[in-house]
Design a protein around this ligand. Structure first.
Ligand code: RNT
Ligand code: ZN
Length: 418
């Protein structure tokens, strides 16, 4: 049976439970996801030698990591051809591109260092998001940046944050759409602190200074990402959940929740509704923590589906900035990206093909027997037939058909990067 015929059949099956598959596909193809550039080169970037630091780690040594801007761009192009929709590319400041002899340190970065990324984005109709990079740099002193007890260290990173706002503004102007700029710092202590308050007070003050420069808040949407712990900062992180949520609420910036940044039984899917009741907009990093904030590739697992369901059933597509944040160096990186992106889109499609109003009614009426029975049966509805038809309509590979292209690219291109 052809993909189109299968779709016809699936459409009828969903129609019988009050779900409109055409409408679901229409919505899904307009959902923009912020695709992180850093899966392609294990978060390395182009502005330094030396290891990834800051309590995050990419493990594995699979062949073919991008070593230059041109390689990374080619890899991103490959991925974009395998996923449906129009998206944004999420850059980190350490992905600055310097012409020969034109190095600038993090506190002196300028829009011109990202001009090539802007051309890349324009040529492909992509938006750009941005992140100051408060790690992998010698001015991270004893693991501290914006909350360091050393004023020179804080000042350096404050200048970096300010420089990044200017670059984010440039992105927004050039691409005619807002740029989300996410702040995450690795600062924290390995062991029980003697003083928890002062580093947080310094962080607060540093953020005030970064945000104190004049910038267009319609163009640059700043958000702040929390974290509970990292490698080497097990006892205490300065940018905890309470710190970031309160800071963001007070200053009118957004909170960003990364689902690897909480205690293992705490779920971001459960936090979204509370945030939406008090905040106009929120941002997400969708990832997969395996026992810790390991940044595994996003699978189509229960929490991924539940995060997507919360966005859809609360009608919050225009209030939630969806970003991805994973980096696996142990498998083909193009495949890692493609699997993660397609999986979050599949999770959204599943959410769009769910009769949420009916389920809410069962909940309110205390009919939990029906609720469980129907939800479990829905799991085997022909979601794949809708997915494959949408892929076909959008001109991207159906099913696993994309994999052969990736393996061919590995053979022809990645394997030659030695
Ligand atoms: C680290 C944070 C942060 C980074 C990226 C590279 O734990 O999740 O978002 O992963 O900025
Ligand atoms: Zn993150």
């Amino acid at each position: 049976m052809t993909t189109a015929l299968r779709y016809e059949s699936a459409r009828e099956i969903y129609k019988a439970i009050g779900v409109d598959t055409d409408e679901a596909m229409r919505i899904l193809k307009d959902i923009s996801i912020s695709i992180h550039c850093w899966q392609g080169d294990d978060v390395n970037g182009f502005d330094h030698e030396g290891p990834l630091s800051g309590g995050i780690q990419a493990t594995g040594n699979y062949r073919g990591k991008a070593r230059t801007p041109d390689e990374l761009m080619a890899d991103i192009d490959k991925v974009l051809g395998l996923v449906l929709g129009k998206h944004k590319l999420n850059l980190h400041a350490n992905y600055a591109i310097f012409e020969k002899g034109g190095f600038a340190d993090r506190d002196e970065l300028k829009p011109e260092h990202f001009a090539k990324w802007v051309s890349f984005a324009k040529e492909r109709g992509l938006g750009l998001d941005f992140n100051p990079t408060f790690f992998s740099h010698e001015m991270v002193k004893d693991g501290f940046t914006l909350s360091s007890p050393d004023k020179a260290v804080r000042d350096f990173w404050i200048r970096h944050g300010q420089a990044c706002i200017r670059i984010a503004e440039y992105f927004a102007e050039e691409l005619n759409q807002p740029c989300l700029m996410n702040i995450w710092i690795p600062d924290g202590y390995k062991d029980i602190p003697a003083d928890r308050l002062s580093p947080r007070a310094r962080f607060k003050d540093s953020l005030d200074r970064i945000l104190g420069i004049n910038y267009d808040k319609a163009k640059v949407i700043v958000c702040l990402e929390s974290k509970v712990f990292g490698i080497g900062v097990e006892a205490y992180t300065v940018g905890s959940a309470e710190f970031t949520v309160n800071y963001a609420a007070e200053k009118g910036i957004l909170s960003l929740m990364d689902n690897g940044h909480y205690h293992p039984t705490e779920m971001v899917s459960d936090k979204i509704s509370s945030m939406l009741l008090f905040q106009d907009k929120i941002a997400l990093h969708v990832t997969r923590p395996m026992r810790w904030d390991s940044d595994h590739v996003v699978l189509l697992d229960d929490e991924t589906k539940e995060i997507a369901a919360e966005i859809i059933r609360n009608n919050a597509l225009d209030r939630v900035f969806i970003g991805l944040d994973f980096f696996d160096a142990s498998i083909n990186r193009i495949s890692a990206w493609t699997v993660g992106i397609r999986n979050f889109q599949k999770a959204l499609l599943i959410a769009l093909l769910t009769p949420h109003p009916e389920y809410k009614k069962y909940q309110d009426e205390g009919r939990f027997t029906e609720l469980m029975a129907l939800r479990e049966e829905l799991k085997l509805y022909p979601i794949g037939d809708v997915w494959n038809y949408l892929c076909q309509e959008e001109g991207v590979p159906e099913k696993e058909d994309w994999l052969s292209q990736v393996l061919e690219y590995e053979r022809d291109i990645l394997a030659k990067r030695i």
